[in-house]
Design a protein around this ligand. Structure first.
Ligand SMILES: [Zn+2]
Length: 190
């Protein structure tokens, strides 16, 4: 028996306004919708947790722990999972920092404020290095908006604590926002 793979054409389904991929055999519509990214601006004793990405995109750039939400996962669960994967830490979520629309790449990002549950952290599989930084200027320089070509790691690590293994992101803006006096403070959880 020969399996025939279905073919799809781009057309506007009845009652719709946008072109979609529609199955030529049965009319099934393949909807594509924005992806959800979750992440955390996580602190411990006034320092920020940062990871240098070991995977694409933006390999080699410093960023906050963040990633795509998985199916059947809450946003808070996703944040905790990403922090474990990338920095081997357990976080305590303090509240929502903000919702960021990155419409040009069809992403919605939910970033949380969080505390490290303890002093330990390590380099996860998706990171080259992980560190806690109290150097605001170097963080702002090395963390830029998604989509921008960014500065890489700066060498002025000061008193930062770093954990290495053998990007550049939304984190810079999020950290600036977290530090600014007029940043809307999320209500305490619970
Ligand atoms: Zn079909």
């Amino acid at each position: 028996m020969e399996l025939k793979s279905p073919t799809f054409s781009k057309r506007v389904p009845p009652g719709d306004q946008l072109e979609r991929l529609v199955c030529d055999e049965c009319g099934w519509v393949h909807y594509e919708n924005p992806k959800i990214v979750v992440g955390a601006v996580a602190t411990h004793e006034g320092r920020y947790l940062l990871c240098r990405r070991a995977i694409e995109p933006r390999k080699g750039k410093w960023t906050i722990p963040a990633g795509f939400l998985e199916e059947h996962e809450t946003t808070e669960q996703g944040v905790l999972r990403e922090a474990r994967e990338e920095a081997c830490v357990d976080l305590e979520i303090e509240g929502l920092l903000g919702v960021y629309n990155i419409a040009k790449v069809s992403q919605v990002q939910l970033l949380y404020m969080a505390r490290l549950a303890g002093p330990d952290f390590a380099c996860g599989e998706e990171s080259f290095e992980v560190r806690r930084s109290d150097t605001q200027s170097s963080m702002e320089d090395s963390l830029e908006q998604f989509g921008d070509s960014g500065a890489g790691r700066r060498e002025d690590a000061d008193s930062d604590e770093t954990r290495r293994s053998d990007g550049d992101g939304q984190g810079g803006a999020a950290i600036r926002r977290a530090r600014s006096a007029d940043a809307p403070r999320p209500p305490p959880p619970g």
